[in-house]
Write a protein that binds this ligand. Structure first.
Ligand code: ZN
Length: 273
């Protein structure tokens, strides 16, 4: 439930379908794409919260165009209540006498207990009680969250290792002295060429193109490590340019495979010296 095109009508249709098929149990899961999966990349501008630590596949993180997330939760809960009310009265208690009946009654009891404790669907935490409270539901997600801090730290560490390796083993000392001595506009094309030669260290299977500019540009076609924005690549290139070309070199990613572009495109700028 809860894709971008979900409406009151489609939610009702889904409920009707569940009644028609009449399964023993129905789980009403929210559409929750995991970060960096292809589906997430496709829908990332519809995702309202990146606080995946609190996300649980039942509290909505996507806002459909036709309603807010609290209303979505309310309507899904409405479906759930109606479905299991009918099950409890007309279905589960009368399904034979063996294992199936015992199992279904066990499920009902568990649902009820979780319902009273408000642990079901994490409803207690988000403050959902009944229809009346749907305007005050607060999913409690951390709105400042963009990427997990651990993930960012890991990317930084990986970027440092890659830059260290390039500086220690792939760029001869005399070449580094020369780059530092040259004006930035002459050093940049030489460094770009060295970066292109060692593309495998940071682009894997992706193809790398460089433009000396200005503006100097590095492109990675089909970047296998795209994370939109590409934290790791920005850190590697920034470090190399600041060390060898200009201490105030700035890097911007203007296009990214992670948000559907054919290539990640990094533009490099520095003030004249
Ligand atoms: Zn990218």
């Amino acid at each position: 439930m809860g894709l971008e095109n979900e409406t009151a009508e489609t939610l009702e249709e889904t409920y009707r379908m569940a009644r028609d098929w009449n399964p023993d149990l129905a789980n009403w899961a929210m559409y929750t794409p995991w970060p960096f999966s292809p589906l997430f990349q496709e829908l990332r501008d519809k995702v309202e919260t990146y606080d995946f630590e609190t996300s649980n596949v039942v509290t909505p993180i996507i806002k459909p165009e036709a309603m807010d997330r609290a209303e979505l939760l309310d309507r899904v809960m409405h479906n759930d209540r109606r479905f299991y009310m009918i099950k409890a009265l007309f279905h589960s208690p009368w399904r034979g006498s063996g294992f199936r009946r015992k199992y279904l009654l066990g499920c009902l009891k568990a649902f009820l207990k979780a319902g009273f404790r408000r642990t079901f669907y994490d409803l207690g935490r988000v403050g959902y009680w009944r229809r009346q409270t749907r305007k005050t539901v607060d999913s409690g997600f951390d709105a400042s969250r963009r990427i997990a801090p651990e993930q960012a730290a890991e990317w930084d560490a990986a970027a440092d290792r890659t830059a260290d390796y390039l500086l220690a083993h792939r760029l001869p000392r005399p070449a580094q002295w020369l780059l530092r001595a040259l004006p930035a506009r002459l050093a940049a094309p030489l460094l770009l060429r060295a970066i292109a030669r060692n593309a495998w260290t940071f682009a894997g299977s992706g193809r790398v193109f460089v433009t000396p500019g200005p503006p100097a540009v590095i492109e990675i076609e089909a970047n296998p490590l795209a994370t939109a924005p590409c934290h790791f690549h920005l850190a590697v290139f920034t470090r190399l340019f600041r060390t060898l070309v200009h201490p105030q070199a700035e890097m911007r990613e203007t296009l990214c495979c992670g948000s559907g572009a054919a290539a990640c495109r990094f533009a490099i700028s520095w003030s004249r010296r």
